[in-house]
Design a protein around this ligand. Structure first.
Ligand code: NI
Length: 178
């Protein structure tokens, strides 16, 4: 078990596009395992490789719950490894509150597609396709954005994004002053 260090904004690796995985080997499986360990250690719902400083298209996810009082979904509590994920279908719009390990303490409502279908490879190189809505959908979109170098602040309104950046810069200055 290895818990990796989380890269926080404004590190450039968060705004850099990650490369397609070509070799489905033991080195890849080690990164995948470490990413699951890191996600679990932080009680996060998802993690993209950029967030641990690895510029490869790898996402891990595990969503233990859904909307309050909502029905149990097939993806609840299921562990996902999405390598080279591609969203092939989107439907509708939905707004959910999101956070991000690379932006500690920031939670904002983000509008995204309501339902998505994603194609990806597992760590053995086997292709699969899954569809889902709600937190599953938001999480896949949030994490695949990371792989494209897009952070969730880029999905906020201009005004909200400016406020978040200002808040984070203030936190940064304060932590440097300690
Ligand atoms: Ni994130």
């Amino acid at each position: 078990m290895a818990v990796l260090e989380i890269v926080e904004w404004p590190e450039k690796v968060l705004e850099t596009r990650a490369q397609e995985v070509v070799h489905f080997d033991d080195a890849l499986r080690k990164v995948v395992q470490d990413m699951h360990d890191t996600m679990d250690d932080h009680n996060a719902l998802g993690l993209a490789a950029n967030q641990v400083g690895v510029l490869q298209r790898i996402v891990v996810m595990r969503i233990p719950y859904g909307r309050k009082d909502g029905p149990r979904m097939w993806w609840h509590d299921k562990r996902f490894t999405l390598i080279n994920p591609v969203i092939t279908k989107t439907e509708g719009r939905a707004t959910l509150s999101e956070g991000c390990l690379s932006f500690p303490g920031i939670y904002e409502y983000i509008q995204r597609a309501d339902e998505i279908t994603v194609q990806a490879y597992d760590e053995q190189g086997k292709k699969f396709e899954v569809s889902g809505s709600e937190y599953f959908s938001a999480c896949v979109q949030h994490e695949t954005d990371h792989l494209d170098g897009i952070v969730f602040v880029n999905r906020m309104s201009r005004l909200k994004a400016a406020l978040v950046r200002k808040k984070l810069q203030k936190q940064l200055v304060m932590s440097q002053g300690e």
